[in-house]
Design a protein around this ligand. Structure first.
Ligand code: ZN
Length: 685
């Protein structure tokens, strides 16, 4: 809900490449921008453009510059949060990578390079999405040999540690699959804290001890509770006492946080207005004190600043990495408003009440008065911490429920990122492989980008905020099924309205057929293509993937008699075909009504059954077929981004006369530069 990530990128192929006119137009649109920066393992690294940056005022550019510096200063924090060995291992491998004198084409060195690139991508030794520890493709003997050939002062040694002791300490973490196997363990019967290898907790503290510690703090009658434990590591000391080590100036991670604060201080000089100035000053105060009440004050100032062009996120924000959802990873994005595209989200939020009133749900579950939703489309100019290189395409903050209730939330769609995804995937063969016919391919090519963004807007601006929970119903009644069902509800809201004539009337869709592109894409993804992310033999666990299969499978089953959606075979390959689009829309509406009822009434049993019946189990033969077809395309299931390089231009007097962007930096170059210029923490924290 708080963050949308791309689970499957809309892929637009250039249909009929012999059409010269079309090809010429495509090339013109692309402006010869090189979107792909690198590809390795299961990853593709892209570049994003920052359209409109040149037309900003010098002052705004300088504000963006200092906020961007602040976005990079916290990079090491995330590494250490993800695992206590991450910084040491990254620095070791970077030293080996840079100082290696042997043949850089030998297979062992190549494998080390891939391993290091994966660590950079995941900000640590565990997969960013699957959570499993990477298996190195090189041998301990090879690394041992490399380490002996580089100078010891290049090694991240602990005080008094020899190179031998260092290897004894670090090698099991790199090579032994049984040591720290998973970053975050989200479910199961084990102690989730002890089973997770992240560094939000230390000293062998148990899940029970963590839960007791925070249960004692929380006052159930507090209507405006702080986010207990958000900005600290919880540690069990040798004598058994449990203490919070707060991430702040003078506390844990102070070396990096001081740098962030210093850059934020420079940014203040270029703020656009007093409101924005107050936001940054409050953030600095919070970093200095670590006081979570101050953090809430900051979050309120931030959410209420809706008039500035430049905006940012900087701090301990999302709690996905902690199985208990208490501790937040450090992240940053820096951005400015895309005024043209924001007209679209404004139309949507201005009509929020109309959408609520006309929703196909029971009148008892409708909101009588929809509060203003602040939604905008933004252009990012720098990504940092947990937003880099893997990047969300939309963000909805702040996270504290009572702030959302009393002060609202900001919902953003990051359009220059979705655009880069879209452009980079053009012509990669995916659509030729999986889409039923040219009719659907053409529709997706023509409308796909618009309707995909619109679906995200509707999901975020209206879907999550729509409907009410009946009085007396426990808001947590759906328990472990709540996030899947919540995403299902928001997606269905978007799908249902995409086909509404009202959208064309409001000028949001170009014509009455546009929605078909998104319907086809959604059904193909939910029924077939998202399975490429599931390993053979496994079920679906991630809640967005579950929600997509739930919707697609449910409407397929319910529409079977009427032949609404069908599976078709061609040359032994399976395809999805939509035979009746209006009927499909009715089915989306019917499921929305049922999922809303489940939420409004807190009907756990019905919710559980929907998820277990439709969302979890994988069609094995289809899965095998899809994996084979996908493997032949040689594509990467995960993508991330390098940042542009932001440079200040100075005149002979030393004054800044402009800030410019350079897009030519490569992935390895950027990572090594960041490690050199933005690395402030000791190897062990
Ligand atoms: Zn959502």
């Amino acid at each position: 809900m708080k963050r949308i990530i791309v689970l499957f990128v809309l892929v637009i192929a250039i249909a009929g490449c012999t059409d010269k006119q079309k090809t010429a137009k495509e090339n013109m649109n692309k402006q010869e921008f090189n979107y792909v920066a690198d590809q390795f393992a299961d990853l593709q690294i892209l570049r994003y453009q920052v359209p409109g940056f040149e037309t900003l005022s010098l002052k705004q550019k300088q504000l963006l510059y200092h906020l961007s510096e602040a976005a990079l200063m916290g990079r090491d924090i995330l590494y250490d949060q993800n695992n206590r060995y991450n910084l040491a291992i990254r620095r070791l491998l970077e030293a080996v990578y840079q100082d290696y004198q042997g043949d850089r084409n030998n297979a062992q060195f190549k494998a080390l390079e891939v391993y290091l690139k994966r660590i950079w991508f995941s900000n640590g030794i565990h997969h960013h999405y699957g959570e499993d520890k990477f298996k190195p493709g090189f041998s301990p003997e090879f690394l041992d040999d490399c380490i002996r050939k580089i100078h010891t002062d290049r090694l991240p040694l602990r005080i008094g540690q020899t190179a031998e002791q260092f290897m004894m300490d670090v090698f099991p973490v790199i090579f032994d699959p049984a040591v720290m196997p998973k970053k975050t363990v989200q479910s199961g019967n084990q102690d989730l804290i002890l089973a997770s290898s992240n560094h939000y907790y230390a000293g062998g503290i148990t899940q029970k001890e963590v839960e007791d510690f925070y249960a004692k703090m929380a006052d159930p009658n507090d209507a405006t509770p702080i986010s207990y434990g958000l900005n600290s590591r919880l540690v069990k000391e040798k004598d058994g006492t449990i203490v919070e080590k707060v991430w702040k100036v003078g506390g844990l991670y102070t070396q990096a946080i001081e740098k962030i604060v210093s850059e934020l201080g420079k940014a203040i000089l270029y703020t656009e207005n007093d409101k924005q100035k107050a936001v940054i000053e409050k953030l600095i105060e919070y970093y200095r004190t670590g006081d979570l009440k101050t953090f809430d004050e900051y979050a309120i100032l931030w959410v209420e600043d809706t008039t500035s062009d430049v905006d940012f996120v900087n701090g301990f924000t999302e709690t996905y990495g902690d199985p208990l959802g208490i501790k937040a990873s450090w992240e940053s994005t820096v951005n400015f408003i895309n005024k043209e595209a924001t007209k679209r989200t404004k139309v949507i939020s201005d009509n929020a009440q109309w959408f609520e009133n006309h929703s196909p749900i029971d009148d008892r579950f409708k909101k009588k008065e929809v509060k203003g939703v602040s939604a905008k489309v933004i252009t990012v100019s720098m990504l940092g911490g947990d937003c880099y290189p893997a990047t969300p395409i939309g963000i909805n903050l702040p996270n504290a429920d009572w702030i959302r209730r009393d002060h609202g939330s900001k919902s953003v769609t990051i359009e220059n990122i979705t655009e880069a995804y879209d452009r980079a995937s053009q012509g990669n063969g995916f659509n030729e492989e999986f889409i039923w016919s040219d009719t659907e391919r053409e529709a997706i090519k023509k409308y796909g980008f618009i309707t995909d963004n619109l679906h995200t807007d509707l999901h975020e601006c209206l879907g999550h905020g729509s409907g009410i929970i009946l009085p007396g119903v426990d808001p947590n009644a759906l328990k472990a099924y709540s996030s899947t069902l919540e995403e299902t509800r928001a997606d269905l809201f978007g799908l249902y309205y995409l086909a509404d004539p009202k959208l064309t009337e409001l000028g949001l869709t170009p014509d009455a057929d546009a929605y078909k592109a998104e319907y086809y894409k959604y059904m193909m993804n939910g029924l077939i293509t998202q399975l490429v992310r599931i390993e053979p033999g496994k079920d679906i666990e991630e809640s967005h993937m579950r929600n997509r299969q739930l919707i697609a499978r449910w409407v397929y089953e319910k529409g079977k008699d009427g032949h609404v959606v069908s599976f078709e075979k061609k040359d032994g390959k399976t395809y999805v075909r939509i035979n009746n689009y209006p009927a499909l829309r009715e089915l989306f509406g019917a499921l929305l009504a049922e999922v809303q009822r489940i939420k409004s009434e807190g009907d756990f049993k019905a919710g559980q059954q929907l998820v277990e019946d439709y969302a979890v189990k994988v069609d094995r033969p289809l899965h095998t077929e899809v994996l084979e077809r996908y493997a032949r395309l040689n594509l990467s299931p995960y993508k991330g981004f390098v940042n542009p390089v932001m440079k200040e231009i100075r005149n002979t007097a030393g004054e800044v006369t402009d800030v410019i962007l350079d897009y030519t930096e490569g992935y390895t170059e950027q990572m090594l530069r960041y490690s050199k210029d933005y690395s402030f923490l000791p190897a062990y924290n």
